[in-house]
Design a binder for this molecule. Sequence first.
Ligand SMILES: Cc1ncc(COP(=O)(O)O)c(C=O)c1O
Length: 432
Amino acid sequence: MIDGVPPEVIAREATLWLNPGYAADADAWELPLDPHIAQARLARCAGLLAALFPELAASGGRLESPLVPIPHFQAALGQADSGTWLLKRDDALPVAGSVKARGGFHEVLAYVEDVAGKAGLLTDATDRRTLASPEVRALLAQHAAVVGSTGNLGLAIGLIGIGLGLRASVHMSADAKDWKKRRLREHGIEVAEHPGDYASAVAAGRAQAQADPRVHFVDDERSTDLFLGYATAASELQAQLRACGRTVGAAHPLCVYLPCGVGGAPGGILYGLKRVFGAHAHGFFAEPVASPCMLVQLAAGCERRVSVYDVGLDNRTEADGLAVGQASPLVAPLMARLLSGIFTVDDDTLLADAWRLEEREGVYVEPSAAAGLRGPLWLQQSLQGRAYLQRHGLERCMADATHVVWSTGGSLVPEAIRDGFRARGQALAERL
Ligand SMILES: Cc1ncc(COP(=O)(O)O)c(C=O)c1O
């Protein structure tokens, strides 16, 4: 048994856990990682990306997703008067269709810059469109990107990797969705399947890469390049909030709800938001009741790695992107002071909420991406949530709060698979 893990978590009951280590005044500026490095890389590679992917031509190669209000969904949960709820639609990110895109693209771009630089084909001043030249492509064809993934990171790494002319291979766990494996193979990306869970798929990818110096392993558990790529979403959100007139400050809290698997994507985004908004940004992660790996790790303390299996949970969930048993050892210690709390979600609620979101707002998301939707409810309606608001002096300003629910994937899900989730979600929504 692990001290600090609440009994509700062990009993697979949905709950909100407040992080006892959260320090509102923790200064993310003092932390060593700088998202501007990733922002600069993605900016200088925008022309290259626009040339490689027609989907990115309209944005000039910038990887961006819309921010939209969801008043009808809010009303469906009986929360019409509980502040402004916005959906950050990373499900609609071009090319890779998920929250993993910014990190995945950033890491592969960093790798190919390095390979081309070492071969004398690129300097700091060279236009990055050179990376699409026949000479560089011939060089990159001798190199590969390898990743272990529940699916969406594999799509991001595979698609940018193949687009740049690298070989790409993705190691996936047994419970990864078949349609994701099919899609990867259709694009010429090699898929290796493993009988174990996500962690064993990552370990297999790491082993493959160690054997060959021309293979780059994208380490979802430990990579700072991924993490910084994810963090670039913060300045994008800041610009979008400004553009729609939402103020963030002491009397205008920004509350953000992020689905969490291994923790890289939500951790990077929150890290970036803390650097931009400091104490005025309040970050909550959402995890499936069977896979609350970040909750278990933070509750246990970060001195030793623990997993959901250690508290008797089985890591089995429809939210395949979040089916991770052990949190990232890079991200968990960073979140120990920056993260406000974590709420858990059962699969029935995920499917029902995904259906409600589509019915009310016309937005289809995959089950993992629906995990954050109950965040504003937990914060404002639960005893723990109210205690948090009171502790941080927020009770009286919640009418002016901005709630950003991060939607993390869905646009690539085939229609037939969507129909299956829709039918189950509708039946559950009518019953719950
Ligand atoms: C749809 C979706 N949402 C959220 C996440 C969580 O990201 P992370 O595993 O970096 O915590 C993933 C991860 O693959 C995902 O596919």
